[in-house]
Design a protein around this ligand. Sequence first.
Ligand code: FE2
Ligand code: FE2
Length: 273
Amino acid sequence: MVTRVLHVSDLHFGAGDDEAIERGAPVLIERFAPELVIASGDLSHRGREDQLVRASRFLHGLDRPVLAIPGNHDIPYTFPARFTRSFQEFERQWETTEPTYSSPTLHVIGLNSVRPWRHQSGGVRTAQLERAEERLRDAAPGAFQIVVLHHHMIGAPWRSRKKPVARRNHVLASLVAAGADLVVAGHIHQAAVSERREFEISHGAERGVVVSIAPGLGQPRPKRQGEARGVHIYEVEESCLRIQTYVWRDTDWGLTAERQFPRGREPLERETV
Ligand SMILES: [Fe+2]
Ligand SMILES: [Fe+2]
């Protein structure tokens, strides 16, 4: 059995090209019938009420369960609202900045990595991390565990000055120890995917964990270089996770990458070597 999840990020509603998103995303819902849609922040461009309302209407209109978290663009752009009402409008649309989605097959937790006093860089406080560890431990036995945050855990393949989430090694190690199978984010507007044993020394007994950054779906500035537009589709099977990267090409989606990772401790099985 395959469980599918659609991961969209950085929609930037209000930046001027929402139409492609509104046309493109429903096609993916119809094609893949995902159990869940994950929206990993920067739903709006300037954190304005009308932009957040439009983004939320659009996501809820996809007719699937949606787990959304805020990005650094989803808080008021101006002072003092940026500090006094940071997540007020987001919470009005989504109730919480740290949602949980739980089913027999999936256990997904959102983490709010936005720090209102810093425009670009993100972090997760110790108390948030401890709470996340507890929330991960609540999963149904055998459920595939996904952690969603806005700020990236691994670097951008193309140029970017954006820094990964603060205390990245500590945050990632804590989430992995608590049972995360997949850690997803956005923010850099570029796709990046890596399996834990591709960057951590393997002693042979580690459980597979994948870190995945979806490309941005919106385009904040026309012709901004180094920014693809696309989405990730996760296909979770009993022994493997497949990640497909689809990019938007003016009128339709193109599949540009398909990567497969083993779940559990064993390497991928291949029929022939
Ligand atoms: Fe963004
Ligand atoms: Fe961002």
